[in-house]
Each structure stands twice: as C-alpha cells, then as structure tokens.
Design a protein around this ligand. Structure first.
Ligand code: GLP
Length: 260
C-alpha cells in the first residue's frame, strides 16, 4: 500500500482532498464512495472550501456511502445520513438523485442490499472509495471476523462498537444493534481507495492494516490486496509503522522516478 505521511491532520486532509480533486478533474462524473466518522470531517471541510473557491465541481458526481445504522431515521443526529448532510451534502452541488446511502429503515433489507450492489455496478463502479479506520482496524462496519469477500449486508455490531457509540445516544434510548454496510469485497472493487487516519489512537490499527498479515481480524488489512490503495496518515497515526522511514523516503524520491 502506498503511504503518505503528513505533519498534521489539516495537511493530511488537504492531501486527501487533492486526491479527490484529481479524480474529479479527469472524470467530472466520477462515482465516489463516501465514509463517515470524525476523521472525515476535515476532509469534507476541505472539499467544501475547494468547491466554494471554484476548484472542484460535483454537479455530475455520483456518491455511494458505506453504511448506516439499522433502525435510525435519516433525521436522527447519529445517523450517517445526518452526518453526511451536515458535513458535506448541504454545502456542495451534488444532485440529490445522485446520492445513494444504505437505508436504515428498509422494509426489506436483503432486497435493498442486492439493489445497492446492483446500483453501484450500473453506475460503472466506484472510481474512488474514501475510508476511515476503527481502532481495531475495521472499515465501514466490517467488524473483526468479517469475510474479506463480503458484500453489502446487515452486520451485527460488536459489543466494542456499542461501547464506543453509547454515549452519543440519549440516556434510555435504544442503541442500534445492526448496521447495513458495504462488504470488504464491495470496497475492494473500487478502482482507487484512500484511507485516512490521524492520531495516536489509530497507530496500532494502521500498523496492523498496512504491515500486518492480511486477516479478517483486521478488515482494513484486505486493502493490501488492492493495487491502488493509498493511506493518508498524520505522524501520530503513522508512528508504529516499521517502514516509517522508508515511506518518508519514497514520498521524497518518487516524484523523480522514471515515468512519473
Ligand atoms: C465507524 C464507521 C467507520 C469509521 C470508524 C472510525 O465504525 N463505520 O467507517 O472509519 O467508525 O471513525 P472515526 O473516524 O470517528 O474514528
């Protein structure tokens, strides 16, 4: 996996936003795979800034989000729908009919999951998939142990996940137990993948994902099998990588490599 290390979270978001801009500049009707989570807030902020300053345009873009909690309506403040609207969609010019998100309130989840996979294919597949990573190395809601060939489906959330989210919900409110999520196999079919991580809390997960064995116990490690996956990290998130020095060296030397 290619590794880009930046000094700060702001810089890594800027670099990742440039990667998005590069895709949109060469393909204005690109299909983007979008993610939620705190890590992504800075990336969306940067993309919104670039949109406002006329550097990028989303008018022809199609988006597919990774996941949603089962049982949460779009208006729920902890839903991924709400997150996307608040941090990104309401500020940019993506046509509402081009926004696809897994539904947390479907009448028939199995049919919905099949339709979602089908829709991605009909739109020509995902050109660029954006990902965050959990502290246990999961991507989307592909909990440790998820099949690396999995497709969009209902996933039972781990107790660890419920622990992480419980404070975000009101006292006495029922926590979601399930999520609808793209599978690892779905994600691996994207033409390009970028993964963002910042902060020391992600350092172990990042090292396991990039340099550990490919294993369903760390679903992000499946990205090692992808030929165009890039990790954008800040110094803290990169701090446990064995090849840290090498990645920095490559970053410095690669632009001058023949054919670049
Ligand atoms: C959730 C999301 C993931 C995200 C992860 C980490 O599990 N489903 O897509 O990568 O949280 O989120 P954060 O960036 O807030 O640490």
């Amino acid at each position: 996996m290619e590794v880009i290390i930046k000094k700060s979270y702001e810089e890594l978001c800027q670099a990742a936003a440039q990667a998005v801009a590069q895709v949109l500049n060469s393909k204005p009707n690109a299909v983007l795979g979008l993610a939620t989570g705190n890590t992504l807030v800075g990336l969306y902020r940067e993309l919104v800034r670039m949109f406002r300053e006329g550097e990028i345009d989303f008018s022809q873009v199609v988006t597919f989000n990774l996941d949603e909690y089962v049982g949460l309506r779009k208006e729920h403040p902890q839903s991924q729908h709400y997150f996307m609207h608040e941090h990104f969609f309401k500020y940019v010019n993506i046509a509402p009919q081009n926004i696809y998100m897994p539904s947390g309130t479907s009448q028939n989840y199995q049919a919905f999951c099949r339709w979602y996979e089908q829709r991605i294919k009909e739109c020509g597949g995902i050109d660029l998939q954006i990902l965050g990573i959990g502290t246990d190395g999961h991507i989307a809601f592909n909990e440790p142990g998820s099949s690396l060939g999995s497709r969009t489906r209902i996933k039972t959330l781990s107790r660890r996940r419920l622990e992480e989210i419980k404070d975000l919900f009101d006292e006495g409110e029922e926590l979601p137990i399930y999520a609808i999520t793209m599978g690892v196999g779905t994600i691996l079919e994207a033409k390009r993948i970028i993964l963002l991580a910042h902060g020391y809390a992600k350092a172990d997960a990042v090292a396991a994902a990039i340099e550990g064995p490919v294993t369903s116990m760390v679903t992000a490690s499946a990205l090692q099998l992808h030929r165009d996956a890039i990790a954008y990290l800040d110094d803290e998130a990169a701090s446990k990588l064995k090849l840290y020095e090498y990645y920095v060296w490559v970053q410095e030397k690669r632009p001058a490599a023949p054919g670049m």
